[in-house]
Design a protein around this ligand. Structure first.
Ligand SMILES: *Cc1c(COP(=O)(O)O)cnc(C)c1O
Length: 343
């Protein structure tokens, strides 16, 4: 069935971002592909980055591992939420998938089911979300730890916690034997080489997000959002358009109604401030974004007609500022109705 909205994603840009981040970090670079590859498709992202040489992938849950499908024997997936009471059967299905054990309880559970197998561990250094506290490290005795992780809470800002977490991670790492140590997400890569350790774990920046100003020059956009025109019409002077009558035409105004709305993750924050592009001409969003439709002013695009494709401005930093959503929310909110095309 024909789909009137599509996400066109660039394999080249994804791989270029991964290589640029790896280069900047100067160490092995993995890829966070949780939440269906931040909304762009975990499988195509996995395949492209695997072909480029990436071997370390991060998902949140064992269910996501099942959804991903086959993982080649020389690639490894780490499951960030670890090993809960309902995950035991799943964890025994794959030998190249490791839990990131997050608590003494999870460590104990792993020792019971697979004491000899390699696992990852998350140490908490100040985020207080997931991970063992440093004083609980004795619970790790007897584990065969592949990668010891911690996670930065404020790497996208210049915050005192960054340095503090770095120091705490160094001290934790000196007391816990592991093959590799890993601290940095996308933003952490830009805090400097001290934060790289043996492996970095970017997500957002792979997909074209800029978590810090330093990332802007390095990161290329990956996804383009396009939606088809359902109809073109005229709003007469003094009439309004859309829910709430928020847009009132000051003169006769040409509009294109396009096939996209907040149900697709084109959030209401884009009302009266989003833009689309049509052959180099900017078209403003007029009035409120509806669930399935958006009105674009197209006085400047006399050719635009039913069935044509409009490309929405979705540069993540600008779109986040315009809509009031985070770059993460914009990506992961992209709905199921988009056809996802990877070139
Ligand atoms: C999601 C996640 C990442 C990736 O974070 P980005 O900010 O998207 O680069 C890295 N590490 C952990 C533990 C995560 O949960």
């Amino acid at each position: 069935m024909h789909r009137p909205l599509r996400l066109t994603c660039s394999t080249d840009a994804l791989i270029a971002n991964w290589r640029a981040l790896a280069g900047r970090a100067g160490v092995a670079c993995g890829a966070a592909i949780k939440a269906d590859g931040y909304g762009l498709g975990a499988r195509p992202v996995f395949d492209a980055l695997y072909a480029a040489g990436c071997r370390d992938f991060f998902l949140s849950t064992w269910w996501e591992v099942g959804e991903l499908g086959t993982v080649p024997p020389d690639a490894f997936v780490s499951v960030l939420h670890g090993l809960g009471p309902d995950d035991v059967a799943a964890a025994l299905l794959w030998t190249n998938v490791r839990p990131v054990l997050n608590s003494a309880r999870q460590a104990q559970r792993w020792k019971q089911i697979a004491p000899e197998r390699e696992c990852d561990v998350m140490i908490d250094t100040g985020m207080n979300r997931l991970g063992l506290r440093q004083e609980e490290a004795s619970a790790l005795t007897g584990l065969n730890i592949h990668t010891l992780h911690s996670h930065l809470a404020c790497a996208d800002e210049d915050h005192d916690l960054n340095q503090l977490q770095l120091e705490r991670f160094r001290s934790a790492a000196s007391g816990v034997a592991a093959k590799r140590y890993s601290l940095a997400n996308s933003a952490g890569i830009f805090l400097g080489g001290d934060y790289s350790f043996d492996l970095v774990r970017p997500g957002l920046a792979l997909y074209g997000g800029s978590p810090r100003p330093e990332a802007r020059e390095l990161v290329r956009p990956v996804a383009r959002l396009e939606a088809q025109v359902v109809q073109r019409r005229v709003i007469r002077e003094g009439e309004s358009c859309g829910y709430g009558g928020r847009f009132v035409a000051q003169a006769d105004t040409e509009v294109a109604i396009v096939n996209l709305g907040y149900a697709d993750g084109y959030w209401r924050g884009f009302s009266e401030c989003g833009k689309a592009d049509m052959g180099g001409i900017d078209l403003p969003v007029l009035g409120r974004v509806s669930m399935d439709l958006v009105a674009l002013g197209c006085d400047d695009a006399p050719e635009l007609a039913e069935g044509d494709w409009a490309s929405l401005h979705f540069g993540l930093e600008e779109a986040a500022a315009a809509s009031g959503m985070s770059q993460y929310e914009l990506l992961t909110g992209l709905g199921r109705r988009f056809e996802r095309l990877w070139h």
